[in-house]
Design a protein around this ligand. Structure first.
Ligand code: OAD
Length: 229
């Protein structure tokens, strides 16, 4: 069975109603990144950080997977598919994809600030005073700026096995995620689906790059149809 590795970013969830980060009116235009998504911000004003992620977690209950997420599920009929996502939403899971690796954490999980291996499912608001079983404050299970990305090593080894890679809705600006492309085998066919693709030098030098300049809801079903008999 051929291996398809899918790398998704905020753009795949845009048509579900979740804002991207760097587009006009994106989350980072309306918030100071370092205040809401960094260890320094957490130390300075944890309530502000909790409010930010509580709002994201509440929004997740209101939105649904779109045609981009659901088209990816069909690929499993014929391929061994792993999705590596930078997104902290659960729309790939809810669409029905089987193998999903979250690089930047998950909104529906929290972890102990005293023992990071204590991770819990969490679907509602998180407050100051919500503690782990050892008595430490819980924090969102999100990779904040300047923090290491624990799943990057696993993600890189998955990319090394790809026959086909599909990159969807990411500005390819955030490392180490954007560097995963370097691990794809030389002959790997690469599709990049994005209405405003950021064609970085590491993309344009690829022989096997196919750019589909469309929104995910249109571009993903097209690519999936081309890969299925
Ligand atoms: P960005 O906001 O940087 O990029 C979103 C990409 O989605 C852009 O290339 C848009 O052109 C594209 N896009 C917009 N609408 C789309 C649509 N309907 N269909 C397909 N693509 C569309 O988001 P990411 O690249 O995911 O990290 O950002 C990477 C990381 O930066 C995020 O995981 C987040 C952020 O800081 C953390 O919070 C840890």
């Amino acid at each position: 069975m051929e291996k398809i590795v899918v790398l998704t970013g905020a753009g795949i969830s845009a048509e579900s109603g979740i804002s991207t980060f760097r587009d006009a009116n994106g989350l980072w235009e309306n918030h100071d990144i370092m205040e809401v998504a960094s260890p320094e911000g957490w130390r300075k004003n944890p309530s502000l950080v909790l409010d930010f992620y509580n709002a994201r977690r509440r929004q997740l209950k209101e939105v649904k997977p779109n045609a981009g997420h659901t088209a990816l599920v069909q690929l499993e009929e014929k391929y061994d598919v792993t999705i590596i996502t930078q997104n902290v939403d659960n729309l790939h899971e809810r669409a029905g994809s089987s193998h999903i690796l979250h690089l930047h954490g998950e909104l529906n999980k929290v972890r102990s600030t005293g023992n990071p291996s204590l991770i819990y499912d969490w679907h509602d608001d998180l407050h100051i005073g919500d503690l782990c079983e050892k008595g430490y404050q819980l924090r969102p299970h999100i990779v904040w700026f300047t923090e290491p990305v624990p799943n990057i090593v696993t993600a890189a080894s998955i990319c090394e096995t790809a026959d086909i890679m599909i990159i969807i809705g990411t500005s390819m600006q955030v490392y180490p995620a954007a560097g995963l492309l370097e691990y794809a085998p030389r002959l790997c066919k690469i599709f990049f689906i994005d209405p405003l693709p950021n064609l970085t030098p590491s993309l344009t030098t690829l022989d096997n790059l196919h750019v589909i300049q469309e929104k995910a809801g249109v571009g993903v079903p097209k690519v999936v149809a081309s890969l299925l008999p």
